[in-house]
Design a protein around this ligand. Structure first.
Ligand code: NDP
Length: 434
């Protein structure tokens, strides 16, 4: 903590991992004596840079850009770019740290990284977003490459931003390579990549429920967020017969007692991805309740999927969920539940899956996009979807192997941390002190 003052989110993420890894390595000298956990907490490299750009009025704007190259023991750095005004070093280091474990869990050869900027795309014109992305990539292009570091999207970075950044990388470096994932289908993107995090999260929750001979059909679900992860979590839940009661954004929550249907979801996709509007418009159109400025956690449900942002589900929310009869919480976002909220789930033996396991489908499919780019081939939708389902099953199997407590209870936090750690740690040991 003294080395990283004020980095609260980073320390929170490290603490959560350390709590399970320290007891695990206590009787394993090969890990304990080589100070691996401490080494993993130090990024291999951090870039921070100025991003100047001109707004539509011709005024100079300045933002700060970052790329954290956290760990390359098992493959090139891989992880998203986040554009949000809250972005700082602590948030990106926490995300890069988590990413290292997550990528290890996917079974694919990807190291951990993360980056982004405090740029706020909300309220900016297309032209301004393009100018910003071009300036950001002009600098970032010096540090990334298909064999070194392959960024993707995250909050505030979707298909539009990836397109502008890919174009600028190609222009600056003079090469057409798979340097970013989440690309458009016309220029090297993979089918199912946009859907993968949300779909993967639901596949994972299905595995968790199957493990106790239960399923999704007929379950009431609440989802937070209305961006990429939330939209496709809701879509897959609907396809599996669950009734989705809520979605949200930073303005508040919509509560639709009749359930969000595919048709209503299409309205949300158009509203959020094309018109870039607010979720409140859904409540107006479909006569649903709108809970201004609130999260969805006080809505009675069987299962919950936090899919918006870090620390959005706190201890009081966890208690409310438990009292209302919720049996499982599956993280679609990264670290949406605070440590004391997770304690409540544990205490009551509720099912809980950390983002590094349940949202790993996104980066796994990014890995599949990299494979297709290297092969210069495109797989069909079904082929990618099948691989994604296979990977989520494998992650679940690994979590159970390392996290099983009793026949019916799995500690997925422990399982995911240990399974993720072992592969990276063994690779680091094999490569020596580098
Ligand atoms: P998007 O930008 O598409 O959507 C983010 C959603 O969360 C929006 O509804 C947004 O509302 C809401 N949100 C963001 N910040 C806040 C905040 N501070 N308070 C309240 N609501 C907020 O992002 P994604 O869907 O891609 O990402 C969501 C989460 O999933 C993040 O934690 C991300 O790291 C994680 N994730 C994403 C992956 C991906 O493939 N995209 C992969 C793995 C994890 P508003 O529009 O009002 O800001």
């Amino acid at each position: 903590a003294s080395k990283n003052p004020h980095e609260t989110e980073f320390l929170q993420a490290v603490e959560e991992v350390a709590e399970t890894i320290i007891p695990f390595i206590a009787d394993k000298p090969k890990y304990k004596d080589s100070n691996l956990l401490e080494t993993m907490c130090e990024p291999e490299r951090v870039f921070m840079f100025r991003v100047p750009w001109l707004n539509d009025k011709g005024e100079v704007q300045v933002n700060r850009g970052y790329r954290i190259q956290m760990n390359s023991a098992i493959g090139p750095y891989k992880g998203g770019l986040r554009f949000h005004p809250s972005v700082n070093l602590s948030i990106l280091k926490f995300l890069a740290f988590e990413q290292t474990f997550k990528n290890s869990l996917t079974t694919l050869p990807m190291g951990g990284g993360k980056g982004g900027s405090d740029f706020n795309p909300k309220g900016k014109s297309d032209n301004e977003v393009m100018k910003f992305c071009q300036s950001f990539m002009t600098e970032l292009s010096k540090y990334i490459g298909q064999f070194t570091d392959v960024p993707a999207g995250d909050i505030g970075v979707g298909g539009r931003e990836i397109g502008y950044m890919f174009g600028q990388y190609k222009r600056v470096q003079g090469e057409f390579t798979g340097v970013l994932t989440g690309k458009g289908l016309q220029y090297g993107g993979s089918l199912i990549r946009p859907e993968a995090t949300g779909y993967g999260c639901v596949y994972f929750s299905k595995e968790v429920l199957n493990h106790i001979n239960d399923g999704l059909d007929g379950k009431s679900a609440i989802v937070s967020g209305s961006g990429n992860v939330a939209q496709f979590t809701v879509e897959k839940l609907i396809q599996n017969g669950a009734k989705v009661l809520s979605m949200s954004d930073s303005g508040g929550t919509v509560y639709d007692k009749d359930g969000i249907t595919q048709e209503k979801l299409e309205f949300i996709k158009e509203l959020k991805n094309v018109k870039r509007g607010r979720i409140k418009e859904y409540a107006d159109k479909y006569k649903a309740e709108f809970h201004e400025g609130k999260t969805p956690w006080d809505i009675k449900c069987d299962i919950a999927y936090p899919c918006a942002t870090q620390n959005e589900l706190q201890v009081e929310d966890a208690k409310t969920l438990q009292k209302n009869g919720c049996i499982g919480v599956f993280e679609g976002a990264n670290m949406p539940c605070t440590a004391d909220a997770i304690e409540v789930f544990k205490e009551h033996k509720m099912m809980f899956t950390p983002g590094k396991a349940s949202n790993a489908g996104g980066v796994a499919t990014s890995g599949l996009e990299m494979s297709q780019n290297s092969l210069r081939l495109s797989w069909t939708r079904d082929e990618v979807d099948e691989r994604l389902q296979g990977i989520m099953k494998e992650i679940h199997r690994n979590c159970v192997q390392h996290g099983k407590v009793t026949k019916d209870y799995v500690d997925y936090v422990k399982g995911a941390n240990i399974a993720g750690f072992v592969k990276v740690a063994d690779a680091m040991l094999a490569q020596g002190c580098v």
